[in-house]
Design a binder for this molecule. Sequence first.
Ligand code: MF3
Ligand code: CO
Ligand code: CO
Length: 258
Amino acid sequence: MSNDPITLLSKSEIEKMRLAGKLAAQLLEHLGQMVKVGATTQELNDEAERWTKAKGARSAPLNYAPGGADPFPRSICTSINEVVCHGIPNPKRILKDGDIINIDVTPILDGYHGDTSKTFFVGTPSPKAKKLVEVTEKCLKLGIAEVAPGKRLGDIGAVIQNYAESHGFSVVREFVGHGIGSKFHTAPQVFHYGTRGKGVRMKPGMSFTIEPMINEGIWKTKMLDDGWTAITADRKLSAQFEHTILVTDDGVEIFTKI
Ligand code: MF3
Ligand code: CO
Ligand code: CO
């Protein structure tokens, strides 16, 4: 995990990550079309599982149990409103008008992971939900724009933190982006806050996620008794967007795009 060595992807691994990333993006787009008032998070999960298998891939979250944790019991994460991340799909959770829902998918194709998420609106968002989601999406975009060989991971964290806080929002500290490839979560940790010029230096062939979780209120989170669901400590809204990227010879490639 975070004290693994940082590995660089070979040419053939990069090709596999392109395919896994594209599949993840297609899955997320497909599930996004199912987000409607009255749908349940279990329906989203079941369609993700069916679709992923039909493509010859499998769902990395299903039974994922890092460090002896309770295995994650579903194939995707669905995190609604005050849920920061790792929400568990459930047949009783019916989407209602005004909810915001992050769907986070990670198919494994030919041994390689594509990890991506987006926050969707159910029906009509409140102005504050709309602002939070727009700012969070822009945080991911600004973070990706900092990726280039020779730059530092702190450049990514700093730009995200500055943008989020300039809008009166806060950056979650307890969950971070991560190296990814044949492993789901490996080094380096990618903080969504920090200081320009500090941290690991980026090199061509490094692959990691950027996945800022931005809160309407305070940054602190709380874990529910299920051992997975993280919620905001003040129960205010949280949003998230995620891409899996590659550091290239001259900048960045987004793997999780269609
Ligand atoms: N996809 C999440 C991430 O972005 C991890 C989910 S782990 C699970 O890193 F077990 F909760 F699914
Ligand atoms: Co991730
Ligand atoms: Co993810």
